[in-house]
Design a protein around this ligand. Sequence first.
Ligand code: TMP
Length: 219
Amino acid sequence: MQTAGLFITFEGIDGAGKSTHIAALAEAFRAQGREVTLTREPGGTPLAEKLRELVLNDPMDPLCEALLMFAARRDHLQQVIEPALARREVVLCDRFTDATFAYQGAGRGFDLAVLGQLERWVQAMPAQDGRLRQPDLTVWFDLPPAVAADRLAGARLPDRFESQPQAFFERVAAGYGDRLRQDPARFVRVPSDQPREAVWRAVRLSFEQRGWLQVEGVR
Ligand code: TMP
């Protein structure tokens, strides 16, 4: 089994059902004796959690939104993600930069070239000789926006993103598709309009195939 640090991110439109699978993966890695850091964006540090509150609830323009997402990300990378990877932990991060391209870029229509510039500034890390920190793998829970809307209906009070119309989530989903096409080797796309157990099997299999989790039942 691999013991280098692993940086795994999870993406999908609101309602795609990431959380239970992220928790199950954390348990699977821990069962194999790996240290796991479970974290999220925007958030993951005291400063970034404050920025999360603002960006999810206060009205602002798309540039402000993008800058706050990247400000939160910078703090999170420096305080949590990079130190955990240096300790060779498995970092499971609920959303990362693909969400900015999908939500602020494709969803809000913000300039993708500017987002690319911010990505280069924020993710250049000394531990990588200035190369950009990118996930080792991104799991994209791909759910049709109409199904997600049904799942979200009647849930808790929606935030600034959850309250967007279905057309917004159609653009976000297309934005994730564009990111996958730009870097297919980094992504695994999990069709998520199927029972939770089937989604979990697909997720687990993609980790087993990479040698990151032992095949279930095999010792
Ligand atoms: P969550 O509910 O999955 O924790 O995500 C919070 C919301 O923030 C979700 O609606 C997606 C949005 N978001 C962005 O718009 N851009 C980003 O860069 C990130 C990380 C999240």
